[in-house]
Design a protein around this ligand. Structure first.
Ligand code: ADP
Ligand code: MG
Length: 277
């Protein structure tokens, strides 16, 4: 693809290198299939700019599939099909004239299992996303991006003296924060997180929750979580996904997290948030 030059002023303090501006992500009547298996049915959801939206619901109801649709990873599966629209600030993410690398740069992803490149240095791990999405940057910009991304991911103080050490030598929680730094380095407008703390201990989980809270004003966040307390702590908006026996996943209810947890409108939501299934 065509390289895209970074324009970071050398005088910008590292901690405040901005993202490319807040963006609203909107799914409109999104349906998905794997072959003949219908896994999502007409999901419509607005994920407001600068807020954290939590996706909750039992396993297998299509949360990960939905998240992957939001940055065009869904189309990497040969049997996958899609209907509906995903709009990033009103622009169709699947517009054929829009490059997929642009979509991946605008909408970053962090997975359940920390997946840094283990043999690659911490520094190179942070910078890896730039290459993958066709962003060109000079040495000074790179150094600044490494520092600012690690600061934003809450990892800088722990690794500043060993940026050339392999990413695989970090603890699980540190590796996940390294993956967050890698996602942030391309300065996405939206950050998707698929159960980012499920593989981590409570301390690392807390650190990442704090990081999410700090990032939320700079980047729109969508997080899948099975932990209701976590959804309540980190999100302002919440969507409850459910796939009833043999049927595709749907959004049963969505809205303000506090309201949904205290006064759920649907009895299935109430049963789920109160731990009755
Ligand atoms: P969740 O994240 O809510 O647990 P998923 O999105 O992973 O749910 O899965 C939704 C449904 O889609 C499941 O029935 C799952 O088996 C199916 N599925 C997910 N990924 C694929 C794939 N790559 N190929 C075929 N089926 C898949
Ligand atoms: Mg999942």
């Amino acid at each position: 693809g065509v390289a895209h030059a970074l324009t970071v002023s050398p005088r910008t303090p590292p901690a405040v290198v901005p993202s490319h501006g807040l963006a609203e992500l909107r799914a409109r009547e999104v349906s998905a299939w794997f072959g003949s298996h219908h896994v999502l049915d007409r999901v419509s959801l607005t994920m407001p700019a600068g807020q954290v939206t939590a996706l909750i619901g039992p396993s297998g109801c299509g949360k990960s599939t939905f998240l992957r649709i939001l940055n065009r990873m869904h189309e990497l599966v040969p049997s996958a099909a899609l209907a509906g629209e995903v709009l990033l600030d009103g622009h169709d993410l699947y517009d054929p004239s829009r490059r997929v690398t642009q979509a991946r740069r605008d909408v970053g992803m962090v997975f359940q299992k920390p997946n840094p490149f283990p043999a690659m240095s911490i520094r190179e791990n942070v910078l890896a996303g730039l290459r993958l999405t066709g962003v060109r940057a000079g040495a000074a910009d790179k150094a600044m991006l490494v520092e600012s991304s690690l600061i934003r991911a809450g990892l800088w103080r722990e690794v500043r003296d060993r940026l050339d050490a392999p990413g695989g030598g970090l603890s699980g929680g540190q590796q996940q924060r390294l993956c967050i730094a890698r996602a942030l380095a391309v300065r996405p407008r939206v950050l998707l997180m698929d159960e980012p703390c499920s593989a981590l201990d409570p301390t690392s989980t807390r650190v990442i929750e704090e990081t999410i809270g700090e990032l939320a004003s700079q980047v729109t966040i969508v997080i899948v979580t099975h932990n209701m307390q976590q959804a309540a702590r980190v999100s302002q908006q919440c969507a409850f996904f459910l796939a009833s026996q043999g049927l595709p996943g749907v959004v049963v209810e969505h809205g303000d997290t506090g309201a949904m947890f205290s006064v759920p409108q649907d009895e299935r939501t109430e049963a789920y948030v109160s731990g009755r299934f």
